[in-house]
Design a protein around this ligand. Sequence first.
Ligand code: AP5
Length: 278
Amino acid sequence: MNTPAKNDRAAWITGPSAKCSVPPKDRDRTWRIVLLGAPGVGKGTQADLLAERLGMCHLSTGDVFRAAASPCNRERTPAMVESLRYMREGRLVPDSTVWEVVRERAGCIHCPGGFLLDGFPRTLPQAHALEELMNSEGITLDGVLDFELPIPEIVARLSGRRVCEKCKAVFHVTQRPPRAQGICDQCGGKLVQREDDRPEAVKLRMEIYERDTAPLIEFYRGLGKLLSIPATGSADEVFARTLAALELAVTDGHLRDRFPHDAIVGLGIRRRQSDELL
Ligand code: AP5
């Protein structure tokens, strides 16, 4: 129970001076992916599954801000403490603070294990800043996975979510219950409900998503990076669909222009608006 079972992400969660005690293993392929989708759609759940299967690090800006809540975090800055107020209310942390956090962790973008950015970028200015950073560092994104789900299903997912205080693993009271109630399967930590999963904060988060984050779908579609994945069904079903999308979309290290017709019909995944089923 004491040994972390997965990449511990210390350099991301705690700060740039921390050293990851479980660096990612060497893999045949290094994946660099952004996860998009409304709050509660299942990005963190898929990130954990993808990281375990494909070896990249799950880099969540929300996890960094939540880690700032811990008084023993040596690297918490006044800006990170301030960010907790925004989070609790369900509002977005200001772009300047988010960018400060990401820029000082730019080493993680270079990690040979690759990365899954979850919760960043979340506004167009953040997306432009990430593009500039990656262009200047000569790093290419493999793709942007956009998870799609109707709002009532998302609200049901959020109301039953429980998160490990220690390793941040995500569970659901009915859909993805832990083996022992209230205890994390991965590290034995205590499972808690997030403060921003209160109904009034959830409502605000959905409105902010529609206004500030949804425009990123068109932004990444325009760059030819978008892969749309239906997030209906169990977490394992969504995971299977996601792996299939990555496998189909990336050939010889490059994103294909569009999915083969069978993939769209069978899995509902899309690369472009014109891939939509009629
Ligand atoms: P963040 O931590 O990024 O949260 P979020 O984007 O709101 O997304 P969530 O973590 O709520 O949901 P998720 O999609 O990961 O779903 P999950 O897998 O947990 O950000 C929190 C806050 O930080 C923001 O509101 C903001 O204040 C601030 N912030 C962070 N980044 C920022 C940025 N870049 N700019 C500005 N502010 C920023 O799943 C949800 C539940 O559903 C779980 O219980 C899970 O077990 C269950 N579930 C998952 N998949 C399934 C399935 N297929 N079937 C049934 N249940 C499922």
